[in-house]
Structure formats: structure tokens, C-alpha cells
Design a protein around this ligand. Structure first.
Ligand code: ADP
Length: 467
């Protein structure tokens, strides 16, 4: 079996890659365990692993343009986003976790005088990550850094459509001197290759980024096999809460909301897909957002002037257009976009869309669209804004736009999300954890030293001293 890798820009076939069968996945995990136990990687001093990871980051820098092009072609992401965002971000992740390799500390217990007890964090052995298609390289780097720094052997399954940047990094890992078999890539689809990883008895920890439905089946498979530690980063319906004083941010307010809504054509788990605006400034905010959305350049993702590229495939385009159409039928108004745009034959492009006048029961207000679509709703009080922000099953990210410190702090506490940012659309940088609440996931399992909790397990050593 093979998968076609198709360029979303124009539907052309780039290459095909094999679907790794369940039996082959089993061979990989057994082999990875042998590599782990051999000590070629796990037995190195943390500083030696760090040095190899730094070499990998340097090689990624050398090949930055290739990596950017591969993600642009496979995922249809604008080349500028890949060059300026994903690739430098991935390199920085590898470096950050390399530097952290010898800073994974244990603790000493407050034991009686005749006992010494301490804890240490040890690698699992074989670990795996199932990756999404929208940030192929960036998500791989979030896993490679901490999983390898801790001494594990890592198996990456890129999304069906976007394997090539991850394959390239695996080749660079060998060039960097990371021993063969420590980092491996298995291409394939979810039901065959992904499901085999989720059910594998040798994998100690598995990180998943993707849809909530798939996350649920992965957790079930983990429970039915070996209770591997699972981290889940899934969907979102992130609010952008615009308080009455938010116009004080000037252009940063509109730029931030537009970026939140339309980065990667809105195909982003933290997409700011719900704008909640104080009723006193509704008209001005909507008018400025509509103008900014209409000014975005929709085009061929390989063109550096393009800001919004295609959606990933026909099924996604049909789903997004159906969601927009259903809302309009219920009375919603598209103040920007609302329709498909013709750019290149074979590609599916949707104009950045802003919907107002929504029916309170419209499903688009609570379901993830995963496309260039955002809704606008109004509120009158802070409490109402908090209730609306929390009125979804997801809890990944939220932004509060206010210059009032009390409002900012009260809302940062009250909003149910793994990341709440104030005054900027942000997921934070590498120094702070990232992850969702509620049906978006289990909380901050990515980035920062917190990532090592996913990729290591704690051991207590208890030593009774002879008396
Ligand atoms: P999307 O709908 O955005 O593609 P998915 O959750 O389907 O999100 O895919 C995210 C990743 O999960 C991909 O690598 C995909 O191959 C994988 N995947 C899909 N279904 C399964 C499954 N049943 N078990 C394990 N992995 C899966």
C-alpha cells in the first residue's frame, strides 16, 4: 500500500510513500527497544546527547530553505510562514531542549537519618509521536527535542499527507551523529500505522496532535494495550475576547485577531475562531476586521506575497464551505469572504471569512471548522464574556484584549484554557508549557521543562543504611 503525497496548491502528485503495516510497526518498536538497550544513545552522558542535538539544529539551519519548501509543498502553507515561523521555530525547539538535557533534576526525600531516598527521571525506552499535517516540522521538533534529550528512541508518524520534512530531519539526525535507529519515521495512514503505534505493547509514551475523535481512539487503544503514557493535543475553539477599552491597542488589536483567525488558513488548533466583542465597539471592530480580512492576499503558497494559501484538500474545502453555507442559511452575514476563490486549478482556496449576526444556537459557534472562518458575537459584561468564552467543549487557547489590569487578571483566571494570553495572540514561547484543557487535551505537556514529564518516568530509590 502507498499514499499519494499531493500538493494542495494545485493538486499535483509530488510522490508516494509506503503505508507502514502493523507488523512492520512491531518490527520497528522491537528494533528500537534493542537500540535503546544497547546504550548507544541512552548510555551517553546528557551533554553528549545535547551536542548531537545541537549539531542536528545546525544542519536544519543549513537546510532551512529545503525544509520550508517541503512543508509548503506538502501542506500548502504559505512559504513565508514556513520560512519565518515553522522552520526557525523548529530549530529553536531542538536547541532549547538540547540545552535542557542535563537539567532534568530529581529530588531528595526528607527521610529518617538511617535512610537516603531520592528520585530520578528515566527515559521510557521506546516512545512515539503521531503528528498533524498543519505544522509537520514544528510539531516533530517539539517531540524530537525532549524525547531524544532524555535518552529515548523515538518513532515519528507524520500525518498521511505531510511526511517529507520529517523524513528530511531524520536523515539530518544521522548526519549529526545520532545513532541509527534512535530517530525513525514510519509513514502511513491513521487506521493502519497510527493505530498500530497506539496499540503497540513496547511503546512507553505516545504523544498525539490531531483531532479530538482520533485522540479518543488513541487513548482507548492505549488503555487496551499497555497503558502507555499518552499526551493529547487536539482541537480548539479559541476565543478572542475584545473588551470595551481594547481599541487602545491600536492596529495591534486588528492585526492580532486577523493573524489568530487566518494563520495557516485557519487550519490551526489554536485558531482564534470566535471573536467576542464588547457591544459598545462592535461596529468599529467589525468594520476594521472586515477590511483587514479582505486585504489579505489569497494565493499560491509558493509565492512569498501570499498570506492565505489553499485548504488542505477537497474534503476540507467542502466541509468548510458547507459550514459557512449552513450559517448563512440561518441568517448569518459574511462581512468578509464567505466563498471559494479561484487561484490555481486543482487547488481549493477559501476567502478569509468573518460571520456576524449569528443565531445563538448555530453549531458553528461550538464546533471546530478548521478553516479560514471566524465568528463575531457580542457581550455586555465581563461575566457574560467569561461565560461565552467557556461555553464550548474545548479549552486550548484564549486571548483577552484589554488594557485594564483587573479585567485581564480576573479573566485569565476564569477562562478555562491551557493558555490565556493578554494583549497578543500567542501560545507563549519555549520557556512556558503549552497544552489544552477539556476536550483539547490534558494540559501543558509540550514545551518548557514540563515536556520532560511526558517523555520520562519518575523512579524513587530508597536506601536503608546499615546501622
Ligand atoms: P485531521 O483530521 O486533522 O487529519 P487526524 O486526527 O485524523 O486529524 O490526524 C492526525 C494524525 O492522527 C495523523 O497522523 C493521522 O494519520 C493519525 N490518525 C488518524 N486516525 C488514527 C487512528 N485511528 N489511530 C491512530 N492515529 C490516527
Amino acid at each position: 500500500m502507498a499514499l499519494d503525497i499531493v500538493n494542495p496548491a494545485d493538486g499535483t502528485l509530488i510522490t508516494t510513500v509506503p503505508v507502514t503495516s502493523a507488523d512492520e510497526v512491531g518490527e520497528h518498536t522491537a528494533d528500537a527497544l534493542a537500540v535503546f538497550r544497547s546504550g548507544v544513545w541512552s548510555g551517553l552522558a546528557p551533554r553528549e546527547r545535547a551536542a548531537a542535538l545541537v549539531r542536528l539544529a545546525t544542519l536544519m539551519e543549513r537546510d532551512a530553505e529545503t525544509l520550508a519548501r517541503l512543508d509548503c509543498e506538502d501542506a500548502g502553507k504559505p512559504i513565508t510562514e514556513c520560512r519565518d515561523g515553522d522552520v526557525p521555530g523548529a530549530i529553536e525547539s531542538i536547541r532549547w531542549f538540547a540545552e535542557a538535557a542535563d537539567k532534568i533534576l530529581g529530588a531528595t526525600g526528607a527521610t529518617p537519618a538511617d535512610v537516603v531516598a531520592f528520585t530520578e527521571r528515566e527515559p521510557f525506552g521506546v516512545v512515539a509521536a503521531i503528528l498533524p499535517w498543519n505544522y509537520p516540522l514544528a510539531m516533530a521538533a517539539w517531540k524530537i527535542g525532549p524525547a531524544l534529550a532524555a535518552g529515548n528512541c523515538l518513532i515519528l508518524k507524520p500525518a498521511d499527507a505531510t511526511p517529507r520534512s520529517v523524513q528530511h530531519v531524520a536523515a539530518l539526525a544521522l548526519e549529526a551523529g545520532i545513532p541509527e535507529g534512535v530517530l525513525r519515521v514510519v509513514t502511513g495512514d491513521g487506521p493502519t500505522t497510527g493505530a498500530a503505534l497506539a496499540a503497540d505493547p513496547l511503546i512507553g509514551a505516545l504523544s498525539f496532535t490531531g483531532s479530538t475523535a482520533t485522540g479518543r481512539s488513541i487513548l482507548t487503544a492505549a488503555a487496551a494495550s499497555n497503558f502507555k503514557r499518552v499526551s493529547l493535543e487536539m482541537g480548539g475553539k479559541s476565543p478572542q475576547v475584545v473588551m470595551a477599552d481594547a481599541l487602545g491597542y491600536g492596529d495591534a488589536l486588528i492585526d492580532g485577531i486577523v493573524e489568530a483567525a487566518f494563520l495557516t488558513a485557519g487550519q490551526n488548533c489554536t485558531a482564534g475562531s470566535r471573536v467576542l466583542v464588547h457591544e459598545s465597539i462592535l461596529d468599529e471592530v467589525v468594520a476594521r476586521l472586515a477590511a483587514a480580512a479582505q486585504a489579505l492576499v489569497v494565493g499560491d503558497p509558493r509565492d512569498p506575497t501570499t498570506q492565505v494559501g489553499p485548504v488542505v484538500n477537497d474534503a476540507a474545502a467542502d466541509r468548510i464551505l458547507a459550514a459557512i453555507g449552513a450559517s448563512i442559511e440561518r441568517g448569518a452575514r459574511a462581512v468578509a469572504g464567505g466563498a471559494e476563490v479561484r487561484v490555481l486549478d486543482g487547488g481549493r482556496y477559501i476567502a478569509p471569512t468573518i460571520l456576524t449576526n449569528l443565531d445563538a444556537d448555530d453549531p458553528i459557534l461550538t464546533t471546530e471548522v478548521f478553516g479560514p472562518v471566524t465568528t463575531v458575537q457580542t457581550f455586555a459584561t465581563r461575566d457574560e464574556a467569561i461565560a461565552m468564552a467557556n461555553a464550548v467543549d474545548y479549552g486550548l487557547q484564549a486571548t483577552v484584549w484589554t488594557l485594564n489590569m483587573a479585567d485581564a487578571l480576573v479573566m485569565a483566571r476564569a477562562i478555562e484554557a491551557g493558555v490565556v494570553s493578554v494583549g497578543a495572540y500567542s501560545e507563549g514561547d519555549l520557556t512556558v508549557p503549552f497544552g489544552g484543557w477539556k476536550q483539547s487535551g490534558f494540559g501543558g505537556a509540550e514545551k518548557s521543562l514540563a515536556a520532560f514529564h511526558q517523555w520520562t518516568r519518575e523512579k524513587t530509590v530508597w536506601i536503608q543504611l546499615p546501622t
